[in-house]
Write a protein that binds this ligand. Sequence first.
Ligand code: ATP
Length: 270
Amino acid sequence: SKAKLFDENTDTKTSFKDVAGLEGAKEEVQEIVDFLKFPEKYTALGGKIPKGALLVGPPGTGKTLLAKAVAGEAKVPFFSLSGSDFVEMFVGVGASRVRDLFKQAKEKSPSIIFIDEIDAIGRARGKNNFSGSNDERENTLNQLLTEMDGFGTNTNVIVLAATNRADVLDSALMRAGRFDRQIYVDLPDVRERKEIFEVHLRPLKKEETLDIDFLAKQTPGFSGADIANVCNEAALIAARNGKKAVNKQDFLDAVDRIVGGLEKKNKIIT
Ligand code: ATP
């Protein structure tokens, strides 16, 4: 089957309500929402609206969710692609995909472009240059830099990119007028985990007495994605056992299962 160019999402139903915790990050992206909704308010005084921001943090902490929520709050279309797709699927055509993506986003502006795993294309150039595919990656990265420089300050396309390795990125990406803002999206603390549980417990039939503080305390080091997984897994475990509502034990079993999976993934031996 033919690989997709990129995703375009015009349903703007994701909002800041779907993003639990991350108060600081939400405050910072609120400004981006405002740029998209009321650009004249900023340009009237001669200011230049930023073109890009980098969302930096560990996997599963809500970077994609936050970017979608920015588009949802501003009611603008969301164009997205993943850096790893470029490297794996688009050999020979990375640069033209980037050009098409920006063209589409400009035509539908105001809009958001979201590049997940930007490190896959944005690693510092001229390092580890052992294989031919690196030229491909550099061409793609150069096109991205060209596009970001090319669109004027009144284009009203904002590019958000996510990475968990800001340290490996080419410094050219972070230069003024490109991804010159970094927004940190960290693992949740116990209070934030409680809020994330509240979001993901909403659709579940659970026992009235379920103690959410307890669940938050049982899940140190869990990301938002891990918590979403726990909630879903708990519902499946309860259903498998023929229960009418999900209870504390189902959550504990789900936590054990997710911890087991995480340990395998991280090769932690206990
Ligand atoms: P990756 O770096 O692996 O791409 P990410 O930081 O982009 O991860 P998301 O894809 O946004 O993470 O998160 C995956 C899912 O986890 C979300 O769709 C959501 O269900 C849940 N999730 C993560 N963080 C949060 C949060 N802060 N609030 C509510 N749900 C969250």
